[in-house]
Ligand binder design. Structure first.
Ligand SMILES: [Zn+2]
Length: 256
């Protein structure tokens, strides 16, 4: 692949809704193929306008050009539309995402909350920490950044000053939240890592693109630290109300 463009940089005609749906699409001009980062929700495909397919056409990357879908994590609003793409694109994700999709883990996928029924889903390529997605002139390194969920990955290209973050944080520093398989402490550590990258252009999974990525990451990190502290205080407050000693004594009893 000799050249590539990120959809967001050439989407002058695209609506904000398009940009929200298209988390990112990377296009190889030389071979007319595209990589889509996250596949949206199938329900939104059917019920919103423009759909994923329409949004892809709007930016000149029709769905039949999508060869590879990279999933940033397992949430249903990021993957259901993948199955609706023609040509059955190759799907890549972290192993921990693959596990949940293979077993149809509805709790982890938050399918019920989103109102999205997702059938068990095969991931073709697992992307561990340090994997590289090379679409010249972009060269994205895969960062495993647990927190929002256990399996979150971000794609970083320091040379192009671009960071694709899924739901780790949004423009303005909004947190993506901590879900079932996630962890506040993992989130704090992952956000410290993302902030240190100092990358300016951030493409989140929801909302607008940010051109102040480092500052937004710092805001999200500060909010996460407050949440971590508040959670600790909440736990300390309820610990007096809950008979933890009875629970722990039953665990200790297992060693007898
Ligand atoms: Zn999510």
């Amino acid at each position: 692949m000799k050249s590539a463009t990120r959809a967001g940089t050439r989407s002058g005609a695209a609506t904000d809704r398009c940009r929200a749906i298209l988390h990112a699409a990377i296009h190889s001009a030389s071979c007319k193929r595209s990589i889509l980062i996250d596949g949206t929700a199938a329900a939104s495909e059917a019920s919103t306008d423009p759909s994923l397919a329409a949004a892809l056409r709007t930016i000149g990357r029709p769905p039949e050009t999508v060869d590879l879908v990279v999933l940033t994590h397992e949430h249903a609003d990021h993957l259901g539309g993948t199955a609706l793409l023609p040509r059955g694109p190759t799907v890549a994700a972290h192993q921990l995402t693959a596990n949940k999709l293979a077993l149809g883990d509805e709790f982890a996928m938050v399918s019920g909350v989103i109102g999205e029924k997702v059938a068990p889903f095969a991931v073709d390529i697992c992307l561990p920490e340090g994997s590289v997605i090379d679409v010249d002139p972009y060269r994205f390194e895969v960062l495993h950044t647990p927190g929002h969920t256990s399996s979150c990955i971000c794609l970083a290209d320091p040379a192009q000053d671009v960071l694709i973050v899924g739901d780790m944080f949004m423009a303005g520093g909004a947190m993506g939240g901590i879900f079932g398989s996630g962890s506040i402490s993992d989130y704090v550590l992952s956000m410290e890592r993302l902030r240190r990258l100092g990358l300016r252009l951030v493409l989140p999974g929801h909302g607008r693109v940010s051109r102040e990525g480092e500052a937004d990451a710092a805001v999200a990190l500060d909010r996460a630290k407050v949440l971590l502290r508040d959670t600790r205080e909440l736990f300390q407050a309820i610990i007096g109300e809950v008979a933890f000693d009875r629970i722990m004594s039953s665990v200790r009893g297992l060693n007898r």
